[in-house]
Write a protein that binds this ligand. Sequence first.
Ligand code: SF4
Length: 466
Amino acid sequence: MKEACGVVGVVAPGRDVAHGCYDGLYALQHRGQESAGMAASDGRQITVVKDNGLVSHVFTENTLQALKGSLAIGHTRYSTSGSANWTAAQPAFRSAGPAGFALAHNGNLTNTHELADAAGLDSRSLLSDSDLLAELIGRVVEAGATLPEALHDVLRRAEGAFSLVVAEADAIYAVRDPYGFRPLCLGRLGPAEAPAGWVVASETPALDVMGATFVREVAPGEMVTLRAAGADSTRLLEPAAGPQRLCIFEFVYFARPDAYLLDHQVHSTRRRMGSLLAATAPVAADLVIGVPDSGIPAAEGYAQASGTPFGQGLVKNRYIGRTFITPDQDQRAAGVRRKLNPLRDTIAGQRLVVVDDSVVRGTTTRALVRMLRDAGAREVHLRISSPPFGWPCHYGIDTPTRDELLATRFDLAGMCAFVGADSLAFLSLEDLRRAVGVAEGCCDACLTGNYPAPVPVTVGASRGRW
Ligand code: SF4
């Protein structure tokens, strides 16, 4: 699975904010490594810089110096819809209105084609659903509406997942969809009695690195407006009935371990996943190791609860950028070897418990098990800190079609045989909810098939409403 995107926005009167926005983007690099971009306003004009590549590749000191102004939004992208070409990098800019506007989007719309058809647009000509949103909003602004009016007009018709930051010359609007699928939080620069500015970001570590204090999460359906004069809130969209539906995989895999979501630190929830897994799936072993990065806290929790020693058995190369695979290479095996290398002295001759966050197709897991056996592991017992992944995501996470998922092809014994492990066990949905601490407050559609928001129907294919 691949993350969707990261968004950030900052307003700080009297200061150039591009460097701070860069720091925020850097903290959100894990949410998307394909492209990065920033739009900054000096109050009259919006300047946009964006390109393919990591945040540190896209921006130089010179480009940051050129991004003048006390207001900026930024985006890191992994393309879950549309083109991976640099033109689809965000923020998307439209010249509608006094100085135009820029838009950065985390999520995926599920009615892109309907929205495009209704507007007479050919959806094949659009770069992404974020591009569609910018186009539709721009048209409403050109017809005479203010930007907030246009956001209301377009977003009330949009279905699916969106955490958006939209900037015009003197304001940022941060909007979350009525379900709250993707995270978005608000922070404050300076003391509460005299704020020096405001920040919105996908995850709280971006606030930390920008020197902002966490205030609260943006609520489903809410629009927070940030200006030099301060921050205020409006209910832009009616929230969906029932609890909010933050993606449960933010806790399992996507979010940084130091992030806080729904008042829970992600690292602690991952440790709890591991300890609950130890209680339900014990096995006699010599060593517990985690698959970096998100498998590590779950492995620590498993080790502590089971009384089995914890160790580092895999080293991760943290500098993976773009890789080139020759046609004769086994892509999955090559991908695993580039990313992970076993510590042979630690694992040779050992009965290992290997804790990983998820299994999707199973091909990467199979390559990992083979690598550990080649390095001398005597037994490999896989423990997965989430339930089997049985349904595709339509809300901003890149997943295969249903018939490619390991859990739809085999029962537990078949999955274990496919990946080549000595034993295999998954965390139950009940224990995952218990570990996260929100019994009903998350989307878990890829585990249950219960999609909270309508999904596209594709007749005869495995994507669709099940
Ligand atoms: S379907 Fe799964 S990956 Fe997608 S938002 Fe829901 S929980 Fe997250």
